[in-house]
Design a protein around this ligand. Structure first.
Ligand code: ADP
Length: 493
């Protein structure tokens, strides 16, 4: 099958979070199963060019209709660790992707509306006719809309769309200017509750809603989160839309690319280790302490790796730092904040704790350091408010780092509590789970974890080894994706 992934991220060249990992990992797995996969991405000026091989101009003079005129684009082509990627570079005074950042600009909806339009124009003009266009998150929500409303009439009538929602919190909003810019026009048609009109703000178009309404199939990134979005409070206002389209909605658990995240082969860590050489994890722990100037001590290291965003339960991350120190353990944090207030807060903490030899806060995005932390830490906290799937707990387990998670979304389906899990016997359990959002809930789980570490180190190690044995690779999820690709490819023929 010929599949084109259209996304705003692909690790490691463009990565702000799990979306990048998923786009890369799924593509690699699909290719290894014999499918032809290509990726279309924006050509950001701040992406990691050192991870692209053979970058060259592949398509000159791509003219993308825009606001009644057109923007001229160059499409560059290169390989990102073996994946064939097309990067769209618009030549316009808007400098859509030359902002030094992937997201966070006031005109993000316009930037990604343009990207979506340009991706379709590229497919059309270069005569690429994939069986499936796989779109990801709000940034590409307009692709199925434009495909169905416009491009199917210009030669793309057989292309089908799977739309994957990685995070319902970010939906992409815009007004009628989006319609005029993209050439969709017809305000009265699109400002309808059955189409793109936001369910709560009548003056706004909702990109993600458009993606759900117009795609041939929609999924989110774990079955439990699909349930939460449909019946619970996790859809950020799109529950009704999902309900109306429930016959084409499901959840598929994310995988982890074990070609990248594997302690046996990881080139970012000083010493490889596996189930049978688990004691060598200690060498990486020592290296982590050296790198972050932590005191050499016989204490557990608790870590947090992730965005410092309200979604991630930052108040609990903050509490975990101090609680860990109080319990005589060490804490390492690697995270970057998206909003100013959280950023200031953690910078304040960083300065305040600067001389403490038992804690290090690294407030940046650092892929290489993340590998060392997964390998060197003993415990990983993931206290999310909501978590569509979560990759940190999956990666942590692969590295024998025991996760402590809040029981939501994909976390509840992947981490099984050591002390109590009605569905998994002790030999299948992998971590510690708590449910409430208050400090006491986190403390109880963290306490249980640290008690086990201090009082029964052999049992704690056994728990870490159990997590390492799970297969959360892309092998099974990719099969599920192919089933959906096949379904939509044949259903509408
Ligand atoms: P989300 O997609 O919500 O950010 P996930 O758990 O699905 O969360 O994926 C997070 C991914 O991003 C993981 O690969 C994690 O290691 C990585 N990551 C998050 N923050 C950082 C950071 N500051 N530095 C390096 N890697 C990070």
């Amino acid at each position: 099958m010929y599949i084109v992934q259209v996304a705003s991220e692909c690790a490691p060249v463009i990565k702000a979070g799990g979306l990048g990992d998923v786009v890369y990992g799924l593509s690699r797995q699909l290719e290894s199963q014999g499918h032809c996969v290509e990726l279309i991405l924006p050509k950001y000026n701040n992406m990691r060019y050192d991870h692209i091989w053979g970058l060259h101009q592949a398509y000159l003079g791509l003219s993308v209709p825009w606001y009644g005129g057109a923007i001229d684009c160059t499409v560059h082509c290169g390989w990102v660790h073996g994946r064939l990627c097309f990067f769209i570079e618009p030549h316009s005074s808007d400098m859509f992707f030359d902002r030094g950042t992937y997201y966070g600009c006031d005109d993000d909806p316009m930037r990604f509306a343009f990207f979506s339009k340009a991706a379709l124009e590229f497919l059309l003009q270069s005569n690429k006719r994939p069986d499936v266009i796989h779109c990801h998150d709000w940034q590409t929500g307009l692709i199925p809309v434009m495909l169905y409303e416009m491009y199917q009439y210009s030669g793309m009538e057989y292309q089908r769309v799977l739309y994957t929602i990685h995070n319902f919190k970010h939906q992409g909003f815009g007004g009628s200017e989006i319609l005029w810019a993209t050439g969709l026009n017809r305000e009265e048609h699109y400002f309808h509750y059955d189409r793109l009109r936001d369910n709560f703000n009548p003056f706004s178009l909702n990109f993600m809603k458009g993606g759900i309404v117009y795609s041939n199939y929609v999924n989110t990134v774990s079955p439990h989160h699909a349930w939460e979005a449909h019946y619970g409070t996790c859809s950020f206002g799109l529950g009704d839309t999902i309900h109306r389209h429930q016959q084409k909605f499901c959840g598929i658990l994310n995988g982890v690319d074990y070609g990248i995240w594997n302690p046996e082969t990881d080139t970012h860590i000083p010493h490889p280790y596996s189930l049978s050489t688990f004691e060598d994890k200690g060498i990486n722990q020592k290296a982590l302490r050296e790198r972050l100037l932590l005191r050499m001590a016989n204490k557990p290291i608790v870590a947090y790796v992730g965005r410092l965003d309200d979604q991630k339960g930052v108040h609990l991350v903050h509490h975990a730092m101090y609680y860990t120190l109080n319990r005589g353990a060490q804490f390492v944090l690697l995270g970057s904040a998206t909003d100013r207030q959280t950023n200031d807060w953690f910078w304040h903490e960083k300065r305040f704790l600067n001389d403490n030899p038992d804690i290090h806060l690294e407030l940046s995005f650092n892929e290489e350091l993340a590998h060392l932390i997964y390998a060197g830490a003993d415990l990983m906290v993931v206290p999310s408010n909501f978590e569509p799937c979560g990759l940190t707990q999956l990666i942590a387990m692969k590295y024998g780092t025991v996760p402590i998670v809040r029981g939501v979304g994909g976390l509840v389906s992947t981490v099984f509590d050591w002390d109590y899990d009605p569905n998994h016997p002790p030999e299948e359990r992998t971590g510690f789970v708590f449910y409430e959002t208050d400090n006491y809930a986190l403390e109880s789980a963290l306490n249980r974890a640290l008690d086990l570490y201090y009082n029964e180190p052999k049992v704690f190690q056994q728990l870490a080894l159990q997590g390492m044995q799970y297969d959360y690779s892309w092998r099974n999820p990719a099969v599920e994706y192919v089933e959906i690709y096949d379904l939509i490819r044949h259903k509408w023929d």
